[in-house]
Design a protein around this ligand. Structure first.
Ligand SMILES: [Mn+2]
Length: 344
C-alpha cells in the first residue's frame, strides 16, 4: 500500500517542479524584454547581445537560440572573395537623386541603413562611421555609391552619419568617436571604418574589412593626382578592428576646425606599436567630390603646436573623455542618423 502513495507524491512533486521551471523560463524571457513573437531573432544582434550579459540571462540565450531565424544558423559562410566584385567601377559624382527615390531603389535595406547577405553568412560585421554637417549633396552621392559597393563585398554592415549641430566649429575626430560610441550600442561590430563623406572608392576590390593591423584606405585620391602626399598620411578613410580602436583610446576630442586630427590618430597608432597597412595604390583609389571649405571648418591654426604635445594626451583625451549631447538617433531608410551637440 505504501508504494503507490510514495510514487504519487513523487509525481506530484515532479510536476510542481516542472511547472515552476516552465514559469521560470517564460518569466525570464518576458522580463528580459525579448519580444520573441514580434520578429525573428538574428545571431549578430540578439544572441550576441544576450551573450554579453550574465546571470539568469542564460535562459534567454537558450530561448533565443531556439528561435533563431533558420537562415542565420544554417547558411554557409560567404566565400572569402565575393563573386559579385567588379573591380574598377564608375563613380557618379554629379547626380542628385532625392533621398526618397534613393530609398525606393533600396528596398533590401533594413531601417538605419543596415544590410547583410541573405544567401550566405557574412564574415565581416562592419560599421561605417561618417562625420557630417550640411553636405547633403555629398551624402546623396555617398549613399548612392556605397550601398551597392558594400553589398557587392557581401558585408554585414551599417552606415552611421554623425551630424554635428550648429554653431560650434566642426570636429571631425570627435564625431568619429561619437559614431563609434553610438554604433557600438546598436550592435556588436568587430570592425569600424571611419570615412569622410566626400570620398568615393573607385574599385570594389578595396575590401571594407579590418585586418590584423589598422588600415589606411584612401591611399590614392584623384585630388592629389592619385599620389600619397606624405608617407604617414592617415586621413580620409581608415579601418580599425574594435579592439585596436579601444586600445588607442579612439581619436582626440580637441581638434576643432580643419586638420591635425588625422596625424594625431596616426601618432596613437604608432605609440601603441601598431602598424598601418595599405592596399596597393592601383586598388585603393578614391574620387574626392569637389567642395569649398566651410566657415565653421576653417583650418585649425594651432594644429602643429597641438600635435607636438599629442603624446601627453593619449591616455586622457579620447574615448575615455568623450562628452556630447545626443540630440537624436534616428533609423532612417538609408542610414542611422546620429545628431549630436558638441561643447567647444
Ligand atoms: Mn574633403
Amino acid at each position: 500500500m505504501a508504494c503507490p502513495t510514495v510514487s504519487r507524491r513523487f509525481l506530484f512533486k515532479l510536476g510542481a517542479l516542472l511547472f515552476i521551471l516552465v514559469l521560470y523560463v517564460f518569466g525570464a524571457a518576458f522580463y528580459s524584454g525579448l519580444r520573441l513573437w514580434q520578429r525573428p531573432l538574428t545571431f549578430d544582434g540578439d544572441v550576441r547581445r544576450l551573450l554579453n550579459r550574465s546571470t539568469w540571462d542564460v535562459v534567454d540565450v537558450l530561448v533565443a537560440a531556439s528561435r533563431l531565424e533558420k537562415t542565420t544558423l544554417t547558411l554557409p559562410a560567404c566565400p572569402i572573395i565575393s563573386p559579385h566584385l567588379k573591380g574598377p567601377v564608375q563613380v557618379d559624382n554629379v547626380s542628385t537623386p532625392s533621398f526618397e527615390s534613393l530609398a525606393a531603389q533600396h528596398p533590401e535595406l533594413e531601417a538605419g541603413g543596415l544590410w547583410r547577405p541573405t544567401d550566405c553568412r557574412s564574415r565581416l560585421h562592419v560599421a561605417i562611421i561618417v562625420p557630417y554637417r550640411q553636405r547633403e549633396h555629398h551624402l546623396k552621392l555617398f549613399l548612392t555609391h556605397m550601398h551597392p559597393f558594400l553589398q557587392r563585398q557581401q558585408l554585414d554592415y551599417g552606415i552611421y552619419i554623425v551630424d554635428q549641430a550648429l554653431p560650434t566649429r566642426f570636429n571631425r575626430a570627435m564625431l568619429m568617436n561619437i559614431g563609434y560610441a553610438e554604433a557600438s550600442k546598436q550592435a556588436n561590430y568587430s570592425c569600424y571604418i571611419f570615412h569622410d563623406v566626400d570620398l568615393l572608392p573607385e574599385d570594389d576590390r578595396n575590401i571594407y574589412s579590418c585586418p590584423d593591423q589598422p588600415r589606411h584606405m584612401s591611399v590614392a585620391v584623384d585630388k592629389f593626382k592619385y599620389r600619397l602626399i606624405y608617407s604617414t598620411l592617415f586621413g580620409g578613410v581608415t579601418a580599425f578592428k574594435t579592439e585596436h580602436f579601444k586600445l588607442i583610446n579612439g581619436f582626440s576630442n580637441i581638434f576643432f576646425g580643419w586638420g591635425g586630427e588625422d596625424d594625431d590618430l596616426r601618432q596613437r597608432v604608432d605609440h601603441h606599436h601598431l602598424s598601418v597597412l595599405r592596399y596597393p595604390m592601383t586598388i585603393a583609389r578614391y574620387v574626392m567630390v569637389k567642395h569649398t571649405r566651410e566657415k565653421l571648418n576653417a583650418a585649425n591654426r594651432q594644429r602643429v603646436e597641438m600635435l607636438r604635445h599629442s603624446k601627453e594626451r593619449f591616455d586622457t583625451d579620447g574615448l575615455n573623455s568623450l562628452q556630447y549631447d545626443l540630440l537624436k538617433l534616428e533609423k532612417r531608410p538609408l542610414y542611422t542618423w546620429v545628431y549630436a551637440w558638441i561643447h567647444e
